[in-house]
Design a binder for this molecule. Structure first.
Ligand SMILES: NC(=O)C1=CN([C@@H]2O[C@H](COP(=O)(O)OP(=O)(O)OC[C@H]3O[C@@H](n4cnc5c(N)ncnc54)[C@H](O)[C@@H]3O)[C@@H](O)[C@H]2O)[C@@H](O)CC1
Ligand SMILES: Nc1ncnc2c1ncn2[C@@H]1O[C@H](COP(=O)(O)OP(=O)(O)OP(=O)(O)O)[C@@H](O)[C@H]1O
Ligand SMILES: [Mg+2]
Length: 365
């Protein structure tokens, strides 16, 4: 109920991004074709009682908008990554460039001053804001003023974003994380959805109220991040025998946020349904694949939000559809990259395969 209310209120903000009627008709046609002649909620995602393998390719076909010449720049998505510090410049780059390669129109990165020139030099496509500060660069007396400045800079842009990705390569500096927690509060106030990954999960695991009961929050923990969340929120260890039930309990306990638990199979739950995506990916476990996923979830979630423009819409939960689509595409791209590069497959190779993989599932024309 809460989740539904949240999505509806967020759609108000996204009205201007609603798909044109021809786009909506095409998507409804796809639902009819996949689910029989009457329009009803597609059986693409699992039921309440058990986990089921999602039909990721069908979800990708439904959420991906057609390339309509009448659409203007920005309508296919404006994404912002909050991340990037002295140590990590790759992670925010991977998330932001993946969003563009999948089909978003604009991709921003809000990072520390040290990280900005490095990230800019990777790609002229990204809009990079050198606004975040780590403790080492400021004195105690300056902290309050700096925090206000950081929030002011982000606030100027916030309403324009369809989704944020918070955490890839953020680092764990306490002052920086305090600023980011304020950015999360601002995003919630404006009903901007966000994906929390990497060090963003370190932050929310220790301050769970930052995401609790916010239906537009998606958490994408890897094995370690999941272990820490389970220990903190459920006060127990990860139970592999009852993985689906435990994930459902965890999502429910955090007030119905959507969690994508990454692993051999990706498991997705909002506290009600549990879906898995297990299509074959790649045996390479090079760093950065989770960053592609977080950028992808942001784009597909934004697109899935645009589908739900009328009360009769058959599309129920944009966050879940976004997770399924991103997981399916990442796995397909990883598999394609591995056939080309084998043992030397890197995250950049997988990013290069995103376009071809999506084209294979839903051709641009
Ligand atoms: N090129 C880059 O800049 C990258 C930066 N990254 C960033 O690095 C920061 C830390 O993320 P991490 O994912 O390393 O943090 P984690 O706390 O998840 O991982 C830390 C340790 O866990 C170990 N580990 C990984 N998988 C495991 C498994 N299945 N079982 C047991 N141990 C396992 C790793 O070897 C590593 O030593 C984040 O900000 C993240 O976004 C990563 O995204 C990778 C790429
Ligand atoms: N054991 C596995 N077998 C197959 N695919 C996997 C496996 N583990 C992870 N993946 C795939 O890789 C993606 C990234 O998951 P991973 O656990 O590597 O994230 P991560 O540790 O956050 O990555 P990053 O290095 O970007 O931080 C998952 O969505 C999943 O599709
Ligand atoms: Mg990660």
């Amino acid at each position: 109920m809460l989740a539904k209310h949240g999505f509806i209120s967020a759609f108000g903000r996204l009205t201007s991004l609603s798909p044109s009627s021809s786009v909506l008709r095409r998507q409804q046609f796809l639902v009819r074709t996949l689910c029989g002649s009457r329009i009803h909620r597609p059986k693409l995602i699992g039921a309440m009682s058990s986990s089921s393998e999602a039909d990721a390719e069908s979800v990708l076909r439904i959420v991906t908008p057609s390339l309509d010449p009448k659409r203007h720049k920005g309508q296919a998505g404006k994404i912002a990554v909050i991340g990037g510090c002295r140590e990590y410049t790759g992670a925010p780059y991977f998330a932001a460039i993946s969003a563009l390669k999948i089909g978003a129109d604009l991709s921003h990165v809000f990072c520390t001053k040290d990280a900005a020139p490095v990230i800019k030099s990777y790609s002229p496509e990204l809009i990079v804001h050198p606004v975040l500060e780590e403790s080492y660069s400021i004195s105690e007396e300056e902290k309050r003023k700096v925090q206000e400045k950081v929030l002011g800079e982000v606030d100027k842009w916030m309403e324009r974003f369809d989704c944020l990705v918070i955490g890839p390569g953020l680092g764990r500096d306490p002052f920086l994380l305090e600023c980011v927690s304020k950015i999360m509060v601002l995003a919630k106030k404006l009903n901007v959805p966000f994906v929390v990954d990497g060090d963003g999960l370190f932050l929310v695991t220790n301050s769970i109220d930052l995401v609790k009961s916010y239906p537009l929050a998606v958490l994408t923990p890897n094995v370690n991040e999941y272990k820490r969340l389970v220990q903190k929120v459920l006060n127990c260890q990860v139970d592999e025998q009852n993985a689906e039930d435990q994930l459902r309990s965890l999502a429910k306990q955090i007030g119905g946020v959507t969690i994508l638990r990454k692993g051999k199979s990706d498991l997705i739950s909002n506290g009600e349904t549990v879906n898995s995506v297990s299509i074959y990916g790649s045996p390479r476990r090079c760093g950065g694949q989770g960053d592609i996923l977080s950028g992808g979830v942001a784009v597909f979630l934004s697109w899935a939000q645009q589908l739900k423009s009328s009360p009769e819409s058959p599309f129920e939960n944009p966050a879940i559809l976004g997770c399924i689509a991103a997981s399916g595409l990442l796995r397909k791209a990883a598999s394609l990259a591995f056939t080309k590069h084998k043992r030397s497959t890197l995250t950049s190779d997988i990013i290069e395969c995103l376009g071809e993989s999506l084209e294979d599932i839903c051709p641009a024309s």
